[in-house]
Design a protein around this ligand. Structure first.
Ligand code: SF4
Ligand code: SF4
Length: 204
């Protein structure tokens, strides 16, 4: 399910994400969470960078913190896994129209990238992940993932989507005992979306 607002964090300094990870790991943060988030929003001028109001900024940052925390908690388990898959949201393709030459297989359901554009995030991710032994799925929506997981029995899953989509998937991965690592989009909007390739390289 998409956010009710659009955001673009791709121009926010990398240090912001380090700070987020640190905050997410601090003990007892729940007591001071809102205050800390407001401080971070002010320090990194998130409202000015994104045009979001304070309330939407808080929702977005809370999701990013939750994902960072889950990534850290699950990291050890994920590293033990052998059979892994990478799931990308279809919105990360360079083109969403007929210029994208990916082949859609409705039986899975997933797009299979044909590598028509070297600068497409999906193409680069597909190359990287397959070299490391991952299966790769480019899915039209998070609702496609439960069936794929039921039929494939992966032990570890890396997902790239906006935070709200990831939040919905987390209970599913828990219920199937699949270790998850999430890479949230830095820019949403369901087209021309962006995530950080360096983060993907580290996570894979
Ligand atoms: S590189 Fe792959 S996903 Fe990207 S536009 Fe081309 S076929 Fe589609
Ligand atoms: S931005 Fe991408 S991942 Fe998020 S709801 Fe839209 S299509 Fe799905």
């Amino acid at each position: 399910m998409p956010y009710k607002f659009n955001f673009d964090l791709s121009k926010v300094p990398r240090f912001f994400f380090t700070e987020m990870a640190t905050v997410s790991y601090q003990k007892g943060m729940h007591r001071t969470l809102i205050k800390k988030l407001q401080e971070i929003i002010l320090t990194f001028r998130i409202q000015e960078s994104t045009g979001l109001n304070l309330s939407d900024s808080l929702v977005l940052l809370q999701d990013l913190i939750d994902l960072q925390a889950v990534n850290m908690i699950e990291r050890g388990k994920f590293l033990q896994t052998k059979k892994r898959a990478l799931f990308l949201s279809h919105c990360t393709r360079k083109y969403l129209d007929s210029r994208c030459k990916a082949v859609f297989n409705s039986n899975i359901p997933s797009y299979s990238c044909s590598h028509c554009s070297e600068d497409c995030l999906v193409s680069q991710s597909d190359h990287l992940a397959r070299k490391k032994g991952y299966d790769v799925y480019v899915v039209p929506g998070g609702s496609c993932i439960p069936n794929i997981l039921k039929n494939t029995h992966y032990e570890g899953v890396v997902g790239i989507a906006c935070g709200e989509e990831m939040r919905v998937l987390k209970p599913l991965l828990n219920s199937m005992d699949v270790a998850g690592q999430a890479i949230p989009l830095l820019k949403n909007g369901c087209a021309n979306t962006v995530f950080n390739m360096e983060t993907l390289i580290k996570v894979l």
